[in-house]
Write a protein that binds this ligand. Structure first.
Ligand code: C2E
Ligand code: MG
Ligand code: MG
Ligand code: MG
Length: 276
């Protein structure tokens, strides 16, 4: 009986595994349908120039609205789309849609906002990505200088040479590159120097640490100095309160993004809020 109990414990564990793989299969089927039915949408979160207090750009963030009015976080399904290859059609839709939306935002507001588009690792390392981006640029007619691709630091570590090649190819199209979630991927400083990037986005965890005293501020100040010493634009991610915002301005950080400034929102809401 004790053994059975032990087995029961084990079975519980494997039930969990089975359940999660069954869920995966269901989610995968729903994702396939979502691609076919074009269920995805993009939200836009402004990036603020901390010196002028003006919006300088927006980041496109994927949203998958559900029938019940909720949305599923991209973090919970992007990895599955990577495993299944679904990221290719979804990713291509994101690139074209974000460029089209940016053209519309700039037309309607009279501004020259930059649009930042997140690339997943599989998209970024796919040798075809350059052709797809080139096509999207041509199709939408957007000024490539107004387009920035965000890639995370960890994508640069595994396949350094492929990453470097991909970055150079993208930069040759005239678009900008940002390192997202900087400070979490444990890359070495020498990588940063060698890669043709324009922007460093300091991860939200460091911005949160600004609430907890001098050490947090020292680290953020060091990251800002590092970015600037390398000639990069520096963006703070996840700015949630006034204290953080003030400390970031003092540290010389160029740009801020976060709930304290603006939440990600649908394009119409963004355009309306800029018009005010
Ligand atoms: P990310 O690119 O680092 O995006 C920042 C995330 O932080 C977004 O979550 C945003 O809504 C959230 N955020 C912004 N300001 C604040 C703040 O002040 N506080 C807090 N707590 N959070 C804040 P989201 O939209 O859920 O996206 C999560 C991640 O999913 C993104 O991280 C990115 O890695 C990925 N992702 C989102 N959209 C896309 C996409 O279109 N393509 C790809 N490949 N990945 C995407
Ligand atoms: Mg991002
Ligand atoms: Mg980030
Ligand atoms: Mg992130």
């Amino acid at each position: 009986l004790v053994k059975a109990e032990g087995k029961g414990g084990y079975r519980f564990f494997s039930d969990e595994l089975n359940r999660s793989s069954a869920e995966r299969v269901r989610l995968e089927a729903r994702l396939h349908r979502a691609v076919t039915n074009e269920e995805f949408t993009l939200y836009y979160q402004p990036k603020l120039d901390l010196k002028t207090g003006k919006i300088m750009g927006v980041e496109a963030l994927l949203r998958w609205p559900q029938d019940d009015g909720s949305t599923v976080s991209p973090e919970s399904f992007i990895p599955l789309t990577e495993d299944t290859g679904l990221i290719n059609p979804i990713g291509q839709w994101i690139i074209v849609q974000a460029m089209q939306d940016a053209c519309r935002i700039n037309q309607q507001t009279g501004l020259q906002l930059q649009v930042a588009i997140n690339l997943s690792v599989r998209q970024f390392l796919n040798p075809g990505v350059v052709g797809l981006v080139a096509e999207a640029l041509q199709y939408t007619g957007i000024d490539p200088a107004l387009v920035e691709f965000e890639i995370t630091e960890s994508m640069l570590i595994d396949k350094v040479e492929d990453a470097r090649q991909s970055m150079h190819n993208l930069r040759n199209l005239g678009v900008q590159l940002a390192i997202d979630d900087f400070g979490t991927g444990f890359s070495s400083m020498s990588y940063l120097k060698e890669f043709p990037v324009n922007t460093m986005k300091i991860d939200r965890s460091f911005i949160m640490s600004l609430d907890h005293g001098a050490e947090g501020l020292a680290i953020v100040t060091a990251l800002v100095s590092l970015g600037k010493a390398m000639g990069l634009g520096v963006v703070a991610e996840g700015v949630e309160n006034k204290t953080q915002m003030d400390l970031l301005s003092e540290s010389g950080c160029d740009f801020g993004q976060g709930f304290y400034i603006d939440r990600p929102m649908p394009i119409d809401k963004l355009i309306a809020s800029i018009g005010q």
